[in-house]
Each structure stands twice: as structure tokens, then as C-alpha cells.
Write a protein of this length. Structure first.
Length: 188
């Protein structure tokens, strides 16, 4: 038992001595560049990290991203409900949600629309639309219900119709016919 204590002391004692000298490797702030770009460059030169853009994109600064403006369902949905204030627009999460909206004549009733995108393809099952209706007798006494009728069907139809037009426009814009040599003509 006494040998174990001595062994532990001999193993722990050097750690105390090392921590007492006050110098940790890389702890001198004067030797670390202030500019983050310079720190990244220095770390990469020393082999202390890697860059994802070089690993996946060949090192160029530009990428090929599919932004919301290129998704016909997203654009059509925004255009269709543009008269309502948006509470949430999360393209990467695939959801649009409006704030409560009421016409000027009746402030006691309001609707809220939530659109979930289940697919990027323009098809009837690509959207999950929910319409909520709020009817208030007083400020603190409101009843909420989900509407499933005519408005939901009309909204779905209008979004799909606009999305089909946007999709066709994009398709026509990107179409380049083949020339007689079997290669595509260059865009002009």
C-alpha cells in the first residue's frame, strides 16, 4: 500500500511542477494573430485544421446553392399569401406561417395560415396547409379552430397553379437545344 502511495505521488508531483512554471504552450497572446483570417491561415499551414469548402467544393469561393427564389412552390406560396403578415418563413425547415390576419370590418375574427413543404416537386401532395380560425368575444375569450373547407382547397389550387407557371418559366429559361453536332448550343 505504501508503494502505491509513493507511485501516485511520483506521478502527480511532476504535474504540479509543470503547472507552476506558468507557461502553457500556445498561451502567449503576442504570438497569435489578431485577425481571424490570419489565424485560420496559420493553423492550416501548421496542420491544425481543415477547410470544408476545399474538402467538398474544390477550393473555389462560390457554390451551387438552391435558394428559395428557385423553388417554385416556395415562390408561389409567398405570392399567394403576400397580403398577410408573415410570422415565420423558414426555407431550410420548409415552413411558412402567417400572423393572425383579420379584415378591417371585423376585428373579432382572424385567420392564420401555416404551409409545410413536404417536397420540392410541384404536386398536390407536396403541401400540407393548415388554416386556423380565431373568434373572440372579448380580448381574453377566444375560440380557436382548424378550418378544413373551401378556403384550404382554393389556396392549394392557387399555389399549385402559380408553382406550375414558375416551374415552366424556369424550364424554358434553362432549355438549350442540341445543335447538329450533338452538343448543346451555348447560352447567349
Amino acid at each position: 500500500m505504501k508503494k502505491i502511495k509513493i507511485l501516485l505521488i511520483l506521478l502527480i508531483f511532476p504535474m504540479f511542477l509543470y503547472s507552476c512554471n506558468g507557461k502553457l504552450p500556445g498561451a502567449d497572446a503576442r504570438k497569435i494573430p489578431y485577425d481571424p483570417k490570419e489565424r485560420v491561415k496559420r493553423n492550416l499551414e501548421q496542420g491544425k485544421g481543415f477547410r470544408l469548402d476545399e474538402s467538398f467544393g474544390g477550393g473555389n469561393k462560390s457554390g451551387n446553392f438552391e435558394f428559395a427564389s428557385s423553388n417554385p412552390l416556395w415562390r408561389a406560396s409567398l405570392d399567394t399569401i403576400d397580403f398577410m403578415p408573415l410570422a415565420l418563413a423558414n426555407y431550410s425547415g420548409g415552413i411558412l406561417s402567417t400572423d393572425w390576419y383579420s379584415e378591417d370590418q371585423n376585428q373579432n375574427e382572424a385567420i392564420k395560415i401555416t404551409i409545410r413543404f413536404l417536397s420540392n416537386e410541384v404536386r398536390s401532395d407536396a403541401l400540407a396547409i393548415k388554416i386556423f380560425h380565431r373568434k373572440c368575444e372579448t380580448v381574453n375569450n377566444c375560440a380557436l379552430s382548424e378550418q378544413k373547407g373551401k378556403l384550404k382547397a382554393e389556396l392549394t389550387k392557387e399555389i399549385l397553379k402559380k408553382a406550375a407557371v414558375y416551374s415552366k418559366e424556369t424550364e424554358d429559361k434553362n432549355f438549350r437545344p442540341y445543335n447538329s453536332g450533338g452538343t448543346r448550343d451555348s447560352k447567349s
